[in-house]
Design a protein around this ligand. Sequence first.
Ligand code: UDX
Ligand code: ADP
Length: 450
Amino acid sequence: MKNILCIGAGYVGGPTMAMIAKKCPQYRVKIVDINAARIDAWNSDNLPVYEPGLQEVVESVRGKNLFFGTDIDASIKEADIIFVSVNTPTKTFGFGCGKASDLQYIEKTARSILAASDGNKIVVEKSTLPVRTAESMERILNSNQKGIHFDVVSNPEFLAEGTAITDLENPDRVLIGGHTDASGRAAVEEIAKIYANWVPRERIITTNLWSSELSKLTANAFLAQRISSVNSLSALCEKTGANIDEIAYAIGCDSRIGSKFLKASIGFGGSCFKKDILNLVYLCEHYGLPEVAEYWESVVKINEWQTTRSVKRVLRSLFNTIAGKKIAVFGFAFKANTNDTRESPAHLVVRELLDERAIPVITDYKALPDAKRDLSDVLDKVMFVEDPYEAAKDAHAILLCTEWRQFAELDWKKVYNLMSKPALIFDGRNILNGDELTKIGFEFMSIGKA
Ligand code: UDX
Ligand code: ADP
């Protein structure tokens, strides 16, 4: 039986390894992390990551061929294949501050792998990394005097949070990049063999290492660019009487454009888009391509502008005075069906409300614990309420920031009766029925509609 190890039990490592364990009973899969509390949570009924269907997958294999632990060195020694899925946040200091990826966790992991290994291994980059990171990993790993050989392979993860389990079960493609010498090709094949247990061969793409690393960054850049494009046009719609949903439908019917990822919103969030684009921007600057860097950076700029301009629009409708008023924020997660709040547009919304001295009342179905952590510096100025009706009580406005299906299904008449009048709703995700809400008595605003 082959031993697979994953270092880093986060949003990527946890679900991905659970799926591999489920689909490949012939492998023993172990996930380790330096964060003991996180590992305890993976071993409990209360997983640290909320994903529809994840609990069931984990329960079906945990203790059979899927294990969670903190014994990193012993697990490295046993492993044949090591997936590295540690975090790669944006650097907050030094060269490349605010843009480049902070690779300290990757480097530490490479050094731990080297120190604890006593035999050849395949090391798989699962975290999103700048192009040519594998080169640094190889330099560290293969600098050893022990006579051990490491093959470094890139296998970026394309799952989206909130749909991780279906994305993993039925991926559009699996990408595996490696060196083209015999040893590199064999390593790529070894990884392809894992996925071939459930993914059709034609969907397993193999490339050279650098193409694989760069494909991940550029896939995210292209997806984010679509949202920034549609969001920039939503502003034009608001001025002209055009309707952004109708435009998105009309242009999405062109098969060269396609209908997905054209939903105008208060802004994209998540741990990947902003981080990866800034990383791409940094790479372009590094390689002397300032025009390309500027082009991609504008995708991030439009995104922030979209959130701030939305809050300003709401503020204007409230006669520019919200000091001391309760404003309900519906949703703090960066999208529906996840407890993840990283880079959520709701952050910026709450900060802007606080600048205006309003009292934000936040409600969310899964993300309140993370929201409290993110806003720990202003806990005395913000309220967190589980029940959306209670959050709406005496509020002057509701800002809907996350497209939780449950919000669309609320008893809006009841919500209206609880609120302070005039009651305003700003639908930052375009999921509510504006006509019905207006009939109830709400003042209704949404993205990309006059
Ligand atoms: C993304 C990529 O989709 C995934 O392939 C990659 O592996 C990681 O980054 P994720 O960040 O989990 O996944 O979520 P995604 O569904 O891409 O949504 C990102 C943000 O864009 C969310 O805030 C979402 O609400 C927003 N979005 C998405 C829109 O505003 N409009 C859309 O049409 C689609
Ligand atoms: P992602 O969304 O990419 O999965 P997360 O932040 O959710 O990112 O997960 C990364 C995980 O990697 C965290 O749980 C963190 O504790 C873990 N980690 C970081 N560095 C190390 C390390 N050197 N050894 C083991 N785990 C690590």
